[in-house]
Design a protein around this ligand. Structure first.
Ligand code: PGA
Ligand code: ZN
Length: 400
C-alpha cells in the first residue's frame, strides 16, 4: 500500500530567501507526503553536507529517485533511509546532499502517515509514544551568526516550564518576545530582528541578560506559571582556535574562563538550558562544565554532537553534556535522527528537537517532538516559518 510510485523534487524559498529542497512522495494507494529541508547559518563542522539546492536536486533525481520509485515502501522508514544512503554513497551525504536526503526522508514519512490516515506524530511514535508535549524554547534576543551588530551570545531562549499546555506556553513565549520589545523601547534601543525572529539589538550580553530576566519575570507574574530562560551560546562561532580563546566584542576568555563564566551565569540567572557553551571540538571542556552545573541545568550539545550517534557516543563516554540538540538535516534521515534521540534518552541525555535559522513552513519537527516524547522543542517565538511549527503543536495538542 505504501509502495512509492512517484517522487518530485523542486527548489523553493526558505525564510532567508535562499533556495532549499522540497520533496513530494506519492504511494500506490494514493498516499501523498511533502517536506522541505531547513538550512543552518552557524552550522557545525561535522554536519552532513548541504549542497546548493539545484545540485542536490539533480543528484537526487539521478541517484535516489530510481532507488525509491517502485522499489521501497514509504511505510518502512528504515528501507527508505537505507535507499537514500545507498544512493548517496558517502558518509556525509555529500553525494545527493543532506538537503535532498532529509526532504525525501521526511516526505516519505508524511506519505506513509497519509496512507494510514494517522497524523504524522502517531505514525512516527506508534501506540506507546506521543503522549506528552514538549516545552517550546522561544528565541527572544539574539545575535551571533543570526544578526549583525547584536549580542555575542547567539540566542536567549525563554522556557515556560510551568505552562499547563503547549498553547499557554506558546503564548507565554510570544508575550516575553513582546515585553522584551517594550523594555528595549523604554531604554531607547532601536532594533530589528535576526534570522529566527528574535530581537537583534545592539546591546552587550549583560544588558540582554537583564532585559530577558525582567521580561520573563513580568510575564511569569501575569501568566501565573514558572518561566525560566536559557541560552544557545554557539560557542564554536566565538572560539578562535589559533589563539585558544573565546572572542567577545569587549573581551576574550580562555577555556577555563569560559567555563567559569557560564557556570556563574547558570547560578546568577537560574538558567535552565545552556546549548553549545564551548567549542565543538572540546569534549573535555564540555565535561568540565557539565560536572560543575549539570545537576542544575541542561548542557546541550548542538555543533558538538550534530545529531550524530558516533559523536554522541563519545560525549556519553566523556560525560560531555546531559542533553542533545536534534536537527534532522544535520544527519540527513529520520532513521538516523531517531537513533540519536534513542541513544540520548537511554543515556540520560534529554533530546531537544530543533529548527534551523533558515526555515520553511514545514511542520515535521513539531510531529517528531511529540512522537518522541521530547521534553523541549526549539523553534522560535514569532515569524511565519516559526509559527508554522508552534501552531501545529497547538493543533496536535487539541486533537491528540
Ligand atoms: P543554525 O542555528 O540553524 O544557524 O545552525 C541554530 C542553532 O545554532 O541552534
Ligand atoms: Zn545551536
Amino acid at each position: 500500500m505504501t509502495l512509492i510510485t512517484d517522487v518530485a523534487l523542486r527548489r523553493v524559498l526558505d525564510s532567508r530567501g535562499n533556495a532549499t529542497v522540497e520533496a513530494d512522495v506519492y504511494t500506490e494507494s494514493g498516499g501523498f507526503g511533502r517536506a522541505r529541508a531547513p538550512s543552518g547559518a552557524s552550522t557545525g563542522e561535522f554536519e552532513a553536507i548541504e549542497l546548493p539546492a539545484h545540485e542536490a536536486i539533480a543528484s537526487a533525481r539521478e541517484e535516489a529517485v530510481p532507488r525509491l520509485v517502485g522499489e521501497v515502501y514509504a511505510g518502512n522508514q528504515r528501507d527508505v533511509d537505507a535507499a537514500l544512503h545507498a544512493a548517496d554513497g558517502t558518509d556525509d551525504f555529500s553525494g545527493i546532499g543532506a538537503n535532498s536526503a532529509v526532504a525525501l526522508s521526511m516526505a516519505a514519512a508524511h506519505a506513509a502517515a497519509d496512507v494510514t490516515g494517522a497524523p504524522l506524530f502517531q505514525h512516527l511514535g506508534g501506540t506507546f509514544r506521543g503522549n506528552s508535549f514538549p516545552v517550546p524554547l522561544g528565541n527572544v534576543i539574539g545575535g551571533g551568526e543570526h544578526a549583525a551588530d547584536a549580542t555575542d551570545i547567539q540566542e536567549f531562549l525563554v522556557a515556560p516550564i510551568g505552562a499547563p499546555s503547549v498553547e499557554e506556553a506558546v503564548f507565554a513565549n510570544a508575550a516575553v518576545h513582546e515585553t522584551v520589545a517594550d523594555i528595549l523601547a523604554d531604554r531607547g534601543v532601536p532594533c530589528g530582528k535576526g534570522d529566527e525572529g528574535a530581537w537583534a539589538p545592539s546591546i552587550d550580553d549583560s544588558e540582554a541578560f537583564e532585559i530577558v530576566a525582567e521580561a520573563t519575570d513580568i510575564v511569569e507574574d501575569d501568566a501565573g506559571f514558572e518561566i525560566r530562560f536559557g541560552l544557545d551560546v554557539a560557542g564554536a562561532e566565538l572560539y578562535v582556535a589559533d589563539a585558544g580563546v573565546y572572542e567577545y566584542s569587549e573581551t576574550t576568555r580562555n577555556t577555563d574562563e569560559q567555563i567559569a563564566y557560564l557556570a556563574d551565569l547558570v547560578d546568577e540567572y537560574d538558567l535552565i538550558y545552556v546549548e553549545d557553551p564551548l567549542d565543538e571540538n572540546d569534549f573535555e571542556a564540555f565535561a568540565a562544565l557539565t560536572d560543575r552545573v549539570g545537576d542544575q541545568t541542561l548542557i546541550c550539545g548542538d555543533d558538538l554532537f550534530v545529531t550524530n550517534v558516533d559523536r554522541l557516543e563519545r560525549g556519553i563516554e566523556d560525560g560531555a553534556a546531559n542533553s542533545i540538540l536534534i536537527k534532522p538535516n544535520q544527519i540527513g534521515t529520520l532513521s538516523d535522527t531517531v537513533d540519536a534521540i534513542e541513544l540520548g534518552v537511554e543515556s540520560g541525555y534529554e533530546p531537544v528537537i530543533s529548527h534551523r535559522s533558515g526555515e520553511t513552513e514545514d511542520t515535521t519537527i513539531a510531529h517528531l517532538a511529540v512522537a518522541m516524547d521530547a521534553p523541549y522543542i526549539k523553534t522560535g517565538a514569532v515569524g511565519g516559518e516559526r509559527t508554522a511549527k508552534l501552531n501545529e503543536l497547538i493543533r496536535i495538542e487539541q486533537n491528540a
